[in-house]
Design a protein around this ligand. Sequence first.
Ligand code: M6R
Length: 602
Amino acid sequence: MCGIIGYVGNKDAVPIIVDGLKKLEYRGYDSAGIAVYKQNSFDVVKQKGRLAALEARLAERPLSGRMGIGHTRWATHGEPSDVNSHPHVGSKNKIAVVHNGIIENYKHLKERLEHWGIPFASQTDSEVIAQLAEHYYNGDLLDTVIHVSTVLEGSYALGVMCVDDPDILIAIKKDNPLIIGVSDHGNFIASDVPAVLKHTNKVYYLNDKEIAVLRNNSVEFFNIDKEPLEKPLETITWNLDSAEKGGYPHFMLKEIMEQPKILRETINSAVNNYKSVIDTLDVAKFNKIVITACGSAYNAGVVAKYVFERLCRFPSVETELASEFRYRDAVINEKTLVVLVSQSGETADTIAAMREAKSKGAVTLSIVNVVGSTIAKEADFCLLTAAGPEIAVATTKAFSAQLVLLYILAVWFAVKLGKITQKVEQELMSQIAALPEKAEDILKQIDSIQKYASTCVGYKSIFFIGRNIDYAIALEGSLKLKEISYIHSEAYAGGELKHGTISLVEEDTLVVAISNCATLYGKIMSNAEQVISRGAKVLLIGNCPAAKPDDKLFCIALPESSELFSPSLSVIVLQLFSYYVAANKGLDIDKPRNLAKSVTVE
Ligand code: M6R
C-alpha cells in the first residue's frame, strides 16, 4: 500500500530517492518522507500531502547523503500527518525504518515498549519496528533485523539503517513486495521496478523472510537463520519509457491508448509460451473452476465465467471476490481449479485466497502482470499478461490483458475437454486475434467520446446496465467511473432494473446501456425505453445498427465482433468515457483520492 525506496552508493541519495518515490507514488500518496545518514545521525524530512509537498520542503531544507531511505504513504494506522509519515526513527535516534504493510500485533508491542519507558512519537504501527530494533540492537544490525522479524506479526517490506553503520542498508520482506536493484554506482531497495529503472535493469526479487544486506559495492542475501543465500539476478526487459507518460496528460490515457499493442503482445505471448503449459494440465479432472480476485480483476473473472461456461460447458464455474472466498470455507478440493487474477500479484486478499485454495488441495493457476510477484511465484501455474508497467491507479490495459488471456484459456480448455473442434478453436482464436485492430478502430472515436463525456460532468449518479456478458462488463464500467470521477454509479443486470433500481430513475438520470448480445438486443432496448420514458437519458454502447439516436439516446457504435469477446471492445469506450468525465472535472485521474494501486493490506 505504500512505496519504499532506499539507496547506498557513490552518488547523492536524495535526488535518487525523490525520483524513485515519484515512480512509486501510485502506491500511496497521502504523505512522504526521506531519511539520510549523516555523521552518526540521520537527517529526516517528512511531509503530509503529495510528493510535491515533500519536494517543496526539501527545497527549503536540503538534505544530502550517500545512503538513505524514502517512503510514500497510504495511511492505515494513524491519520496522514507529518509525524505519522515515514521514515520512523527510534527514540534513541539510532535506527531508521521505512515500512510497507501492517504490523498486526503492534498494539501489544507498543504497550510493552511503553511499559519499558520508550516514548512513541506517532500513532503508526510502523514506529514499533524502529523502537523494537533499537531495543534489541546489540551492535549487529543484521542480527537485530532478524530478531525483530521473529517478533512481528503481519506483513512488511522494510528498509532499515543504523547510525553505527554508515554504509549498510538492510531489507527484509514478508507478504509485501521488495526488489533489490544493483548498479555501477550503488545499490537499491524498492517496492517496484520502475523506481530503479533509471539506474539499472538488473534486479533481485526478495522472497519472504529473506534478508538483503546492501553496501555501496555489494549485495548479500541471508535466510532468517543468517545462512548466506544465492539468488538469481534478473534482467528487466522493459525500458523506462513504459513507466513515463510519453506526452499524454495522464498515465491512464496513455495506458488506454496502449491497449491494441498490449492485446497483441498478450495474445502472442500466450500462443508462444503458454499453450504447452496448459497442455500439461489435466483439465478433465476438475469438476469446478473458481475464479477469484478483487476489484477490476474480479470483474475480468465475471466476464470469464460467461466465456468458460459457454465454451467449456463446465459443471461449475464460479467467480468470487477473494476477500469473501478466503473466509468462506469454500467446498473445494483437488478436483477444483482456482484461477487467481491480479495485476500486481500482491493483493493481500487474493494471496490469502490462493493460500486457502492450496491448503485445501486445489490446483491454482494465476494470471498476473507483475513478474516475480507473490501470486506469480506461489501459484501452481502462472500465465503472465504482457501489459508492462501500469502506473495509473485505475487499471485499463492490465484489465484488457487479463480478459484476453482468460478468453484464450477458455478456448484451450474447451479443446482439451473435447467441447469444441479444432476448426472452432481456429475460428475463435482468429476472432481473438482480430481484437487489437478493432480496439484501434474504437480509439479513433476518441473525439466523440470526449465530447459526449464533457456533457456528463454534472451527474450525481450514473447507472450501467447490460444483460449476460454485457452485464459483466457493465460492472467494470461502473467501477472505473466511480474510482476516478467520484460520481456514484452502480451496474445492474438489465432484467433486475424493474426489481428495485428503476425507483432511482428520474428526470435527466443517465443510464449507460451496453448491448452486444444479439439475442438480447430487444430486451436491453426495452430497458432503455423504460428509463427514457421516466425522464432518463441513455448512452448506448454496442453493435446496434438498428438504434435511432435522438436527444435522449446517444449511441457509440462498436465494430462487429463475437458476443463472447465483445467486452474487450465495450470496455475501451467505458474507460474513455470515465477518463473524460474525470478530466472535465479537473480531477487527479492517476491518483484518485483514498485509493492506491496495490492493496497489500486487508
Ligand atoms: O493488483 P490487482 O489486480 O490484484 O488489484 C485488484 C484491485 O485492487 C484493482 O483491480 C482495483 O480495483 C483497481 N483500482 C481497479 O481500477
